[in-house]
Design a protein. Structure first.
Length: 338
């Protein structure tokens, strides 16, 4: 609010308005202030200007140290700093105008100083009240924008997850495997079909959720891994080492599936060059998904939204970021556990 582009017009209006309110209430007559009207007007204008501008110039420096404070604490501390600035500026401005321009003695200055201090602190209170309204309205609008962006990204992720499951390649590969397994009373075929159904059931159940528990996600990822291991026998190894203590933590739904798909899509998966994917939790309460790098020369066509989608959804849902590293032939993604 203090950086408003029309601030000088507002300062002029506020000073003049306050002066005429004082004239209407006969403040100068009641307190026997013997200064000329233009000195009184100038004093009120200068105090208003000083209070506004000092807040505008000084508060940004303090806000750097208040970045981690809550909004209410930040506003309260800012108001306290503004009150001190208002108090000092009122004394200085009134003393200069009263002593040097109006010729008041020290005794005659005491009452004008009290009135000036009262005026400056009330102006400061008024400005900080308006500033608080600006802050909360701005925060509300920001939350609306974030909610809209999160909704858009979530819908995009839902469509992408479903698209990944029902695209022709996925259906063709799994139906080919199913056709080779479907022999009368074949338990392996039944297990494959059940795993296939669980994957779809999870997508339908979590399509509107912003976060799901890690336990839920791991329960869903097991049948998905089963499908992948049937597709890549002896070529793919997926290890999950997660303690039960972390199962109640939350992550973005579908994140594990997207990371596994991303690893398979961009790396060679073969008996001579097996792809090794490891899922674990590190000491910083982050779910870590790593794979050995053996990049394909030609990568499958991609929408290029996988990792970025997870990153954006994490930031909008939790304010946290994922970490992506590629060091010494190992690709790693760390997901914060909420």
């Amino acid at each position: 609010m203090f950086n408003h582009r029309f601030r000088y017009l507002l300062i002029l209006f506020l000073g003049i308005y306050s002066y005429f309110n004082a004239v209407f209430a006969q403040v100068f007559e009641l307190y026997n202030i013997g200064a000329h009207w233009y000195f009184c007007l100038a004093t009120m204008l200068l105090i208003t200007l000083a209070v506004w501008e000092l807040n505008r110039l000084v508060l940004p420096f303090f806000n750097k140290y208040l970045a981690l404070k809550g909004t209410w604490k930040k506003l309260a501390i800012s108001f306290g700093i503004g009150t001190i600035l208002a108090f000092v500026s009122a004394i200085l401005i009134t003393s200069v105008i009263g002593y040097y321009l109006s010729g008041f003695s020290y005794a005659e200055l005491r009452l004008p100083l009290k009135l000036a201090i009262l005026y400056s602190t009330r102006i400061n209170l008024f400005l900080h009240a308006i500033n608080a309204i600006f802050v909360f309205v701005s925060a509300y609008k920001q939350k609306e924008l974030e909610a809209e962006a999160l909704h858009r990204i979530t819908v995009q992720a839902q469509l992408q997850a479903i698209r990944n499951q029902v695209n022709p390649h996925f259906l063709f590969n799994n139906l080919n495997i199913l056709s080779s397994l479907v022999i009368k009373d074949n338990p392996e075929a039944n297990e494959f079909v059940e795993a296939f159904a669980k994957v779809y059931r999870h997508i339908l159940h979590t399509q509107h959720d912003e976060l799901v528990t890690l336990g839920t996600e791991l329960d869903y990822i097991q049948p998905y891994i089963f499908l992948l291991l049937k597709r890549f026998p002896e070529s793919l190894s997926i290890s999950i080492q997660v303690s039960d203590n972390f199962l109640k933590y939350q992550i973005v739904p579908g994140a594990l599936q997207l990371l596994i798909e991303n690893a398979i899509k961009h790396n060679v998966v073969g008996k001579k060059h097996p792809l090794l994917i490891d899922i674990s939790v590190n000491g910083m309460n982050k779910l870590v998904v790593t794979n050995n790098l053996q990049k394909k020369e030609v990568v499958e066509s991609s929408t290029q939204i996988g990792l970025k989608n997870i990153q954006d959804r994490y930031f909008l849902s939790t304010g946290q970021s994922i970490s992506i590293t590629s060091v010494s032939g190992i690709f790693s993604v760390q997901l914060p556990l909420i």
